[in-house]
Every structure is written in C-alpha cells, then in structure tokens.
Design a protein around this ligand. Structure first.
Ligand code: PLP
Length: 381
C-alpha cells in the first residue's frame, strides 16, 4: 500500500503503486477473463472476483488512481464520457427538474434534452458562467441536479464552482462538474464543493486518441452515488479490461503531458491574440478573457489545452485556414498528444456557434513547429 500523501505526479507515474505480484513485473497485468473460478467447496478462488461486468483489477486500479488524483472517496469508470453523464441523469426521478449549463459540449446538451423530454423532467438551461443568472434561476426552484462544464467546450466559459455549489444547495440539488477540459490536475472540483466530478477519459486522461472512456468521482458516498454504482453494475455500462489497462498506462504520463500542453497552449493563445488575421481568442489563460481571474483562482498549473479562435473574414476564411494547416489534424475530439483543429459550425450549425470559429486542441509537439504551422495557415490567404 502506498502512502496517500504522495503528489499527483508520483501517484500517476507509479500507477498508485500497482505491480504484478504473480510475476514480479513492475507493470500491472491485464486479466481479460469474463468469469472467475470457484474451488471444489464452491468457494471463490479470489473473493474479489466473480464476473467481469462487476469485477476487473485493471478497472479497479484505474478507479483508484483517479480517486487519488481527484481527492475522491470513490470513482467509477464508464465505457465513454456520455455513459458517465447518462448514469448521473438516470438518478433523476420522472417528473423531476435539472439545471444544465447552456453552450456546453453539444453531444451532452443534445442527449440531455432528449432524455428529459422522454422522462418528463423539466430542463432549465442557463449560462452558468454568469453566477448572477444561476443564482436567480436556482432561488425560485426545486431541482435534483445542477450540471456545469468548466472550462466549457467550445466557448471556454469558466464557471465558479464554489458559487455553483451554493446555488445547487439553494434549490436542493447536487452539483456535477464536467472537468474534462481542466483535467484531474488543474482543478479539483470536489475540494471546491462539487458533489461529483465527471471526465471524458477519451480526452486528456487517456491522451493518445485510442481509448473511449468516462469517469465519475464522488466526494463522499451518498445514496445517489450508490444508485449510480448499482445502475452501472446491473445495466452494464462498464469499461473493458483492455481499455482500463491502456488508461492506467496512459495516466503514468498525465502530469507531464498536461504541463507541456498547457505551456504550448499559452504560447499559441498569445501568438493568435497578436495576429492581424484573428478577430478574437477564447482562452482562459489570456488576461482579456472574461473568466481569467476566476480561472486563475480555480486552475493551478495552467489553463488547459483547449481554445477557440475567430478568424477574420467569416466562414470561408476559417475553413481555408483549417485546410492549410499541415500539422494540426482536421478532426473532432481533444486532449490527445497531437494537435487537432475543428470547425464546430460544421458539426452544430444550429447552436449559434460562429461560422468563423475554429476550436483547437493543443498537443505536446514542439511549440515552434505549432506556431510555424498556424502562421503559414493564417498568412496563406
Ligand atoms: N464532455 C466533454 C467536455 C466533451 O468534450 C465530450 C466529448 O467530446 C464528452 C463530455 C463526451 O465524452 P465521450 O466522447 O467520451 O463520450
């Protein structure tokens, strides 16, 4: 058992102290078995393991590492970020009410709208980065759940988690924070009062664009948490052992990757902000960003790897810039070691996203190469 006062970089590098006790390997093994054997007296050979839907060592290890990074009492891994979000919303009773931040990841909004209408749940959408608007909405309501995403994707709005918790309490709800863009290292939502923190592990936690996964961590075990665990176990939204093993392997370098991505992103944001072909840069690390002071208090060690920028000249100019990029892959998603660019209006044309907005996810490449690529793409028109 490892000391539990170790720093995040040490916990991650050592996979929370896991080794393979059977072989002596310093790398924990993959156990793909779906079922686990009993002896002739019908006793389990290993009391922890009966059936894969509920029991797998690599899944447990991934959960332990994430609990320690998040300061959580417990963590559950899911087969995708959306499966983790769905597990939370399924705890809301039919006829209940939820408050959800507007302008967040479109896939989340789309699924929640559909789910709430099917289940007769009243959905209130609000710009939760405006604390006054969130307070005003919560003051007059009873609700089960407040869901925020900070920094938000793709607007990069910053939500005050301490204030959001007070708002949630005022309407009898628990607070869930999608902290995907803040990573488990830059912000600790549970320490700021959130009841649950959620991540798409598909993004920076895995970081190599080759695993789909989701995370929920809880500050303390509550009846809602027990309902989530029971639902995951019995409805079967579990991560497979190979994915969990890859995730554990990837998390060994999470702190290094996040540090480099944040440093690269800050340099890219400053370059773009000074560029004559760029109308605006949305990145909480820039002093011009409306959430900069809050992000400075709420994020330690950097402002993340995600940003959006508006290209002068409208849709055609933005698509032309994206088309001229050589290093940035034109692809959806974020948080991988390789930089990506996406024209969000192509994906969500009806949400009010500006046609000249490009969202970029900054990887761990050499910063000079990234800036040279952006520079030639912006000048090439
Ligand atoms: N939350 C955020 C902020 C995201 O960006 C995404 C996916 O892009 C999700 C949740 C959903 O995660 P997944 O794609 O792993 O289901």
């Amino acid at each position: 058992m490892q000391r539990n006062d170790l720093k995040p970089a040490t916990i991650a590098a050592h996979a929370a102290g896991a080794v393979d006790l059977a072989s002596g390997g310093v790398v924990p093994p993959i156990q793909p078995s779906t079922t686990f054997v009993r002896d002739r007296d019908y006793q389990l050979v290993n009391e922890d393991n009966v059936y894969l839907r509920s029991h797998n060592d690599a899944v447990r290890l991934g959960e332990e590492i994430l609990s320690r990074l998040e300061g959580a009492e417990d963590t559950q891994l899911f087969p995708s970020g959306m499966a983790a979000i769905a597990a939370v919303f399924r705890t809301v009773p039919n006829g209940g009410a939820v408050i959800v931040q507007s302008g967040i990841y479109w896939g989340t909004t789309k699924w929640i709208r559909d789910f709430c209408s099917r289940r007769d749940i009243t959905l209130h959408e609000v710009d939760a980065s405006d604390t006054g608007a969130l307070q005003a909405l919560c003051a007059g309501l009873k609700a089960q759940l407040v869901f925020v995403e900070t920094p938000s994707n793709p607007w990069l709005k910053t939500v005050d988690i301490i204030a959001a918790k007070a708002c949630a309490e005022s309407c009898g709800a628990f607070l869930v924070v999608d902290s995907t863009a803040a990573t488990p290292l830059l912000t600790q939502p549970l320490a700021l009062g959130a009841d649950l923190v959620m991540h798409s592990a598909t993004k920076v936690i895995n970081g190599h664009s080759d695993v789909l996964g989701g995370v929920l961590s809880t500050r303390v075990r509550t009846p809602v948490w027990e309902a989530i665990c029971m639902d995951r176990n019995e409805a079967g939204a579990v991560m497979g052992p190979f994915e969990a093993w890859l995730l554990v392997r990837s998390m060994r370098t999470l702190p290094l990757r996040v540090e480099k991505m944040c440093a690269n992103a800050m340099a890219v944001a400053e370059f773009l902000a000074a560029h004559p072909e760029v109308e605006e840069v949305l990145y909480p690390g820039l002093p011009s960003h409306e959430g900069h002071d809050l992000a400075g208090r709420q994020m330690q060690g950097g402002y993340g790897f995600l940003m959006s920028f508006l290209v002068k000249g409208g849709r055609a100019a933005a698509l032309a810039v994206a088309g001229r990029l050589n290093l940035f892959h034109r692809a959806t998603s974020l948080g991988g070691v390789e930089s990506l660019v996406e024209h969000r209006h192509t994906i969500e044309p009806h949400t009010g996203i500006p046609e000249n907005l490009l969202r970029i996810s900054i990887g761990i490449e050499d910063i000079d190469d990234l800036i040279a690529d952006l520079s030639q793409a912006l000048q090439g028109g």
